[in-house]
Write a protein that binds this ligand. Structure first.
Ligand SMILES: [Fe+2]
Length: 374
């Protein structure tokens, strides 16, 4: 059966990749806007380094800082208006998944006339985008190589992806150095997101031999290196392997899609305000057991990587990196579950899960996750 695979045209990765920022951006334009989060890239000196690299390459730059961890539509419109003011030809996202997603959506919609809310709710837009360069500092979302941006509308409230082929970055720069200094809990949550994405893409009904090989390789790298990456910031080898594993997971799920965990975590995230990766990590063992008998061959392959049951491995990994084993502390009630199930069951991610998912299946998993049932 014919299948396709598309991704970012230029991916620079590994130690020293960040030093090539100036050269990469100067090929795309003379004026750039850097978009970043709430200070960690500035504190660690990466924004100053980026500005110096751009200046040396003859690119004028401005900086927008302050993208929050759960970015709202307003952040994208703020970046669009600053980018228009400074006539930026290139938007560069430097930071975690939220900074990258805001930069990505702002670049994708820079030349469109309406506020982002119109496009978020389905108004069509052309594929005329500004150039976008993605430089991740957390190794989890894979946003540097995907065509979607996850955003929230606090009015509804609704958290969902806005997606377009034109949102793919023009270049991705994945340097392990940028992620080493993050706090352990940030590293743990983001790499558990990457591991979940690798596994869900591996099981997806849209997986192809190309995406399967990327998923399989990503699981192998992440499973072997997450613990050292989380606790040993001087272990550059672990950082590089997690950065590469996250990149490979992004390449895989960007083409193959995801599964039930990602179908459920967005409605959960907007209600309970927990980090995306933490929610993914807690749900992952439950999803693995739910799918096990529908994909026995793939399940066995994953067990072969970790030399034990993969669901048990993930449960132990959660404990070892200091994430909770369940969400009983959030105080969810049984009456909250039907609406969560309704919001989760028809998402694009749930639809590519290998075992068909009913609302009752989601309720059963959530009862266990929330400690409402053993
Ligand atoms: Fe994710």
């Amino acid at each position: 059966m014919a299948s396709s695979f598309s991704t970012v045209p230029k991916i620079l990765h590994g130690q020293g990749a960040f030093d090539q920022l100036g050269g990469v951006v100067s090929e795309l334009g003379d004026r750039a806007l850097i978009v970043s989060g709430q200070g960690s890239m500035r504190r660690q000196g990466f924004l100053d380094r980026a500005e110096a690299l751009l200046e040396k390459a003859g690119v004028a730059s401005e900086v927008f800082e302050g993208v929050p961890p759960e970015p709202e539509l307003a952040s994208v419109d703020a970046v669009r208006s600053i980018a228009a003011e400074c006539r930026a030809e290139v938007i560069i996202g430097i930071g975690g998944g939220s900074a990258l997603d805001v930069a990505k959506a702002a670049a994708g919609l820079l030349k469109q006339p309406l506020p982002i809310a119109d496009y978020f709710y389905g108004a069509p837009f052309s594929d005329q985008s500004a150039a976008f360069v993605a430089v991740p500092s957390t190794f989890g979302t894979g946003s540097e190589v995907t065509r979607n941006a996850v955003l929230s509308d606090p009015e509804k409230p609704l958290k969902q992806s806005i997606r377009s082929e034109s949102f793919l970055a023009h270049a991705a720069i994945v340097d392990p150095e940028l992620g080493r200094g993050a706090p352990a809990e940030v590293k743990a949550a983001s790499t558990l997101d990457a591991l979940t994405q690798a596994i869900e893409a591996f099981f997806s009904i849209r997986a192809t031999p190309v995406t399967e090989s990327l998923s399989f390789g990503a699981v192998a790298l992440l499973a072997a290196h997450i613990e050292n990456f989380v606790f040993h910031s001087d272990d550059l080898d672990a950082a590089e392997n997690c950065a590469t594993g996250s990149l490979m997971a992004g390449l895989a799920f960007g083409n193959a899609g995801l599964g039930i965990v990602h179908g459920v975590v967005h409605p959960l995230g907007i209600r309970y305000h927990q980090p995306h990766g933490l929610l993914c990590g807690v749900l992952l063992p439950h999803a693995l057991r739910f799918n096990r008998d529908h994909v026995p061959g793939q399940y066995a392959l994953l067990c072969g990587i970790v030399k034990q049951d993969i669901a048990e491995f993930c449960t132990t990994l959660l404990q070892n990196v200091g994430l909770p084993g369940d969400l009983s502390g959030l105080g969810a009630k049984a009456e909250d579950l039907p609406i969560l199930a309704k919001e989760s069951v028809n998402t694009a991610s749930t639809k590519t899960n290998p075992r068909p998912v009913r609302e009752t299946d989601i309720i059963e998993i959530l009862e266990r996750v929330f400690g409402l049932k053993q």
